[in-house]
Every structure is written in structure tokens, then in C-alpha cells.
Design a protein around this ligand. Sequence first.
Ligand SMILES: [Zn+2]
Length: 204
Amino acid sequence: MVDHELPPGDKWRQFELQALGFRDFAGVRTDAALDPFRLAKFANLLVVSFDQIKGLSSEARVHLLGAGSEKWSGGACSRPLPDGRRIVILNPNHGRMRTNATLMEEISHVFLGHQPSRLKVVAETEGGRTISRDYRKADEEAAYATGAAALVPFGALRRFVFEGRTALEIAKHFYVSRELVEYRLKVTRLWATYRAAHPDPKKT
Ligand SMILES: [Zn+2]
């Protein structure tokens, strides 16, 4: 087995190992960006655009894309299609860099074998109800953390930090938000090293 670079802490090592497995499966190079849209089909997920959802009132649509837009990022439907795939809907206002993390979290739920703990209705259709999945809190953390590690792997992240790259540069490289890179720097305990190299938050 390859001797992977892993972050400190048992929990974070586990997340990293799972994430490295996802990256292996996707056939992506150590330092390269992972495209979750290519991985989605292997998780049996079908990404549909928000415009394709039927049965939403115009008020609901206006709310979800307007005042409520910051409150949701996306989700998967619990009822599979006849061919076994599940539908994932992503917030079209959030842009590709944020959407990559949302989709990667949904893929992680599938690959990690999480079972939804309860169901909630997100939309009514003529044919019945569309239902979104909801997971236990520990599963939510694992899916988000593992997805983030798959998008921004520790080994490459650490190398970039030591090369003096900024969070924004790293974000552009991996095609994710700067916030996601900062989250990864914190959970992998690279934050202090990073901050020492970039003391002014306005310049990163
Ligand atoms: Zn989730």
C-alpha cells in the first residue's frame, strides 16, 4: 500500500483515507482537481437542474432562488428512479465552486453507505410527493468532511501551503470556494502555518 500523507487525528485520518479511495476510484492524479460531476454517475446520482423540477409554485421558486437562496445548497431525493438512480438538485445561484462541495457531499453519503434517518417533504408533484433525504448528524459531518478531503487532499494542500500559495490560489486550483480551502486548512491543522505565511486576511 502507498504510504499516503495523512493529517493529524484519528477521525481526520479516516476521512482522508476514504477520500483518497474516492480519488483513486475517480482516477484523478494526486494534485489534480476532482470533478464530482464525473463521479456522480458512479454513485448512481442524476444531477438535474432546478428548472426541471415540476410542481413548485411560483412563490416557492421565487423564494428558493431569492430571499431563501442562502438557506439551501442542494439535496438528493429519497425515491430512486425506475433504473435505480437518485435525483440530486443543486442551487443554481451558488456557482460551480460551491456546487462542487455540495455534490461531493451527496456522493460521499452514497459511497459511505449512509442511510437516511428521516424524511422531509420538499415539493409536491401531481404524481405524489418529492421527498428529500436527511441524515444523522455524525453522517452529515463524515460526508461533508470526506467530500471536502476528496476535493482538497491533505498532501497537495500541505505542499501548496509550504510553497506559499494563498487560499484563493489553492481554491482556484481545486475549483472550490476559498471557504472550503480555509475549512480544510483548519481541520488538517495547517491553519497556523498558513496564517504565519499570510498574516493579512485581506490579501489571501
Ligand atoms: Zn448531507
